[in-house]
Design a protein around this ligand. Structure first.
Ligand code: 4NP
Length: 154
């Protein structure tokens, strides 16, 4: 069973949404995955996802209200097979703290998507359209990532 950690900055907008989306889409395909999310920053540790993201994702059938933010920790580099970053800054932070003997893949999530965008933009300071856009990108990322896992397992 693959173990996947989504990583953004605050762990209250993008990465918890990615977690909820992948969990649902994996279940729909009958794939058994272990999925969590975390932030590189610690400002929101213990908080639920942003209310705007809970609402926007909820309308698409993704339930996020039970999730609580946590910060990336060293053990994550050994626990998970994939650390999937939302943007290049998150990926850079992960690469900077990665222990040399880690075996996990540290990738940009949207590198698995068919979208032309590589980074999932931070919707925190924007309006509702930003949240919808993030969900569109994350849904594409999730489909592409699940295709990748299915290809890998043959
Ligand atoms: P996220 O968005 O990284 O998608 O969870 C953010 C949420 C909060 C902050 C930054 C980004 N913040 O600075 O508080």
């Amino acid at each position: 069973m693959s173990r996947i950690l989504f990583v953004c900055l605050g762990n209250i907008c993008r990465s918890p949404a990615a977690e909820g989306i992948l969990r649902k889409k994996a279940k729909d395909r009958g794939l058994d995955l272990y999925i969590e999310s975390a932030g590189t920053g610690g400002w929101h540790v213990g908080d639920p996802p942003d209310a705007r993201m809970i609402k926007t994702a909820g309308k698409r059938g993704y339930k996020l209200d039970h999730l609580r933010a946590r910060q990336v920790e060293l053990s994550d580099f050994y626990t998970f097979d994939y650390l999937l970053a939302m943007d290049l800054s998150n990926q850079g932070d992960l690469l900077a703290m990665a222990p040399p003997n880690r075996e996990c893949d540290i990738r940009l999530f949207l590198d698995f998507a068919s979208s032309s965008e590589r980074e999932t933009p931070d919707p925190y300071y924007g309006g509702d359209a930003g949240f919808e856009h993030v969900l569109n990108l994350l849904e594409q990322g999730a489909e592409g990532f699940l295709d990748h896992l299915e290809d890998e397992s043959g």
